[in-house]
Write a protein that binds this ligand. Structure first.
Ligand code: PRP
Ligand code: URA
Length: 252
């Protein structure tokens, strides 16, 4: 039970802001208002642009009446946006090519090797989007489960590419609540020699508390998230949130 010294939970939390959604060329009275992501002060947290598309997709997966098929379909679409944005954070090198017209074009090409690492079970739901964008990408697994009573994470298993210390790592988990699970996963990656600044954490919904915990421990690691929500409830669930992601994606 929350006591007077506990952080505010549930309805006591400050609401996320509301704003008119695009397109910009329409007047404000033609543009519906919706709740958008909270902004955060941590420079390592990158929040996707709050477009009408993204907000519509999030509205679908937050809705308790959305069935499992739709939940999978619409969360996959957000995962694609997250992967595309995360890839923008990877270094590229100048690369000039010749087109079929014999003209040159000054472009860029990807530099360096990547791999995905999913935090099982829910993080595995983000693997499809990564595979769609990065053909035959290597994917490691870390099995961490949050204790239902204490919210503390427990590490059971990890299986990672041998050369992971030479790769950029896209760490996958849709829910960042207290941050305990993802921080434990980063500890595993660090113990294998992955530099903090070579880890990108892809996340669908974050709590402000989780984002702050992360930034404090790993300020050089980048978080790419679709939305920072209001906060955590008494059971450390994200509110308003979407419930238990793993249950909704796999079993409900
Ligand atoms: C969920 C979620 C995160 C974790 C977030 O997983 O996918 O891994 O909880 O909570 P935290 O930030 O407070 O650690 P869970 O352990 O419930 O397992 P699941 O993936 O099997 O649903
Ligand atoms: N795990 C989830 O799936 N949802 C939450 O809100 C918190 C942890």
């Amino acid at each position: 039970m929350a006591n007077d010294l506990s952080p505010p939970t549930g309805e006591a939390l400050e609401r996320a802001p509301s704003q008119h959604l695009g397109p910009e060329y329409k007047s404000p009275d033609e543009r519906p208002q919706a709740t958008v992501s909270k902004s955060v002060t941590q420079a390592n947290v990158h929040i996707l642009p709050q477009t009408p598309q993204l907000i519509a997709l999030l509205t679908m997966i937050r809705d308790k009446n959305t069935n499992r098929g739709d939940f999978i379909f619409y969360s996959n679409r957000i995962n694609r946006l997250l992967v595309e944005e995360a890839l923008n954070h990877l270094p590229v090198l100048p690369h000039t090519i010749t087109t079929p017209l014999g003209r040159t074009y000054s472009g860029v090409k990807f530099e360096g090797k990547i791999c995905g690492v999913s935090i099982m079970r829910a993080g595995e739901a983000m693997e499809q989007a990564l595979r769609e964008c990065c053909r035959s990408v290597r994917i490691g697994k870390i099995l961490i489960q949050r204790d239902e009573e204490t919210s503390k994470p427990r590490l059971f298993y990890d299986k990672l590419p041998e050369d992971i210390s030479e790769r950029w790592v896209l760490l996958l988990d849709p829910m960042l609540a207290t941050g305990g699970s993802a921080l434990m996963a980063v500890d595993v990656l660090r113990s294998k020699g992955v530099p903090e600044e070579h880890i990108l954490f892809l996340n669908l919904i974050a709590s402000p508390e989780g984002a702050a915990n992360f930034a404090q421990k790993y300020p050089k690691l980048r978080i790419v998230t679709a939305f920072v929500d209001q906060g955590l409830d008494e059971k450390n669930y994200i509110v308003p949130g979407l419930g238990d992601f793993g249950d909704r994606f796999y079993t409900l």
